[in-house]
Design a binder for this molecule. Sequence first.
Ligand code: PCA
Length: 206
Amino acid sequence: MTRKLLVTGFEPFGKDKINPSWEAVKGLPDSIDDCELVKLRLPVIFGEAAETVLRKAAEIRPEAILCVGQAGGRKAVTPEVVGINLRETSLPDNAGKSPQNEPVIVGGPAAYFSTVPVRGIVEAVKKEGISCALSYSAGVYVCNDLLYTLLHHYDGTTTRVGFIHVPYLPEQTDGKEAGMELERIVRALTIAAGVVSGECVQECER
Ligand code: PCA
């Protein structure tokens, strides 16, 4: 098996003791068709999250990178359409940094569109009866920082980059906020990984 998809999730941050993104990524199969899924847990630290991915990607040379993060309060699994060149937060990252009005990459363009088939993912996940919708903002915290940095790094190459935000797990909510069972998030991400890996195969065959 030579084709590889790098899938990442995050460690917990803020007041949370668990991060559904890593819990779900851990639960993904080790392969889909002939594509190996390599799983990586990332620190919630501006800059370091992307550096961790780029180091691993230089080693394994994946066809695509699919990153996953928690978006507390969202009701659906949400593939992100765009990453923007802005860091801004009131919540310090896990290294205590809270950048304000800083670019992710000095001199970089304002934004990049994701290079995985986000619409195909939404369609395929919804078909399974799981809430899924496009998101047009990955925020201005570490998830967006990661998405933008990877899209900048792989711009003009064949390596595809995508990001999916997932809701809280039911145990993270007080019952009033939205949450999604881990099993459903794992299923949604498995479908998304299948769509991304299928798209890469089609490109190779073209
Ligand atoms: N969510 C945060 C960072 C880590 C995570 O899981 C975000 O949306 O930026």
